[in-house]
Design a protein around this ligand. Structure first.
Ligand SMILES: Cc1cc2nc3c(=O)[nH]c(=O)nc-3n(C[C@H](O)[C@H](O)[C@H](O)COP(=O)(O)O)c2cc1C
Ligand code: SF4
Ligand code: SF4
Length: 267
């Protein structure tokens, strides 16, 4: 039986965290410890201890790649040859090179990737009228994640030491496809002053500390990574990402990627 499993994640809207928790449940470890790398504090005070039999590393897919903000957070971890499972969460469009990139990053950090998975979570830009995997991960995804955890447990039990393992092969392009990512660079969430009650919910949830609440709510446009954590948590709907270019892209994704995609696992 596995004694200690650690789950390390960057997860502004929590779908990545949910899937890692479910995989960990399937592993049936004695202890599951969270290393939440989402908030800005995680960028400065993270101890690099990785004493565990297995670490699950999880990040969201942004524009077909590992979310950039997650990379610097993960880079604080030292793998020390700890076996790792790499997991990406995407909004039902595609994960492109993100899983391969996360596997490579884990390897560079000294982890030993033994399994990988791409799971689906509600798209950050989804709304009721513009659905994109709304409500996912759902029960079917959770069941699949637990079953994946159980298969990983069997694999771990079959290894007498990590030296017996082979690095898992993951799908993706080498080199990764280098897309122009400038379209979203200067976009940011905004606040509708008339409906904002200055309740204070949004600012502490921002992974890059972009929100300041004083007499009004202001946003550091260049820092915002469009994760939508503030939008999804605002109790009055005052926090929005409402930009013509983003709306055009999100409407297109919603229209063209309705067919349900299922998790893919590599073990
Ligand atoms: C800037 C940005 C880019 C995204 N790009 C993609 C993408 O290329 N493919 C996709 O399927 N989902 C994409 N998504 C959706 C996220 O991958 C998805 O919502 C994920 O579940 C969020 O993880 P979290 O809940 O842990 O924050 C994107 C989201 C954002 C904010
Ligand atoms: S969560 Fe919404 S209502 Fe509360 S301060 Fe932020 S924008 Fe205003
Ligand atoms: S301000 Fe931007 S980065 Fe911060 S929570 Fe909102 S969408 Fe995410």
């Amino acid at each position: 039986m596995l004694k200690t499993v650690k789950i390390a994640y960057f997860s502004p809207t929590k779908t990545t965290m949910k899937i890692l928790e479910s995989i960990a449940e399937g592993l049936e470890a004695e202890t599951v410890q969270h290393i939440d790398l989402t908030l800005p504090e995680a960028g400065t005070s993270r101890p690099d201890e990785m004493q565990a039999e297995l670490v699950l590393l999880g990040v969201p897919v942004y524009e077909g790649r590992v979310a950039k903000a997650a990379i610097s957070r993960l880079q604080q971890l030292k793998g020390n040859k700890t076996p790792a499972v790499v997991v990406v969460l995407y909004g039902n469009r595609d994960f492109e090179d993100a899983l391969l990139e996360l596997g490579d990053l884990a390897w560079e950090l000294g982890f030993f990737p033994v399994a990988g998975g791409a799971f689906i979570g509600e798209h950050s830009f989804a709304t009721e009228t513009r659905p994109m995997a709304n409500g996912r991960p759902d029960m079917k995804d959770i069941t699949e994640a637990k079953a994946f955890g159980s298969r990983i447990r069997t694999k771990m039990e079959s290894l007498s030491s990590i030296d017996d393992a082979t690095r898992i092969a993951l799908p993706g392009n080498t080199p990764y496809i280098d897309r122009d990512r400038s379209a979203l660079a200067d976009k940011a969430a905004t606040t509708i002053a008339e409906t904002c009650t200055l309740c204070g919910t949004c600012a502490p949830l921002c992974p890059v500390g972009a929100i300041t609440i004083e007499e009004v709510v202001t946003t550091d446009d260049l820092a915002c990574i469009l994760c939508n954590a503030c939008v999804k948590s605002c109790p009055t709907g005052a926090r929005v990402v409402d930009d013509p270019m983003i709306n055009k892209i999100a409407n297109w994704v919603s229209k063209n990627y309705q067919a349900r995609r299922e998790p893919e696992t590599f073990i």
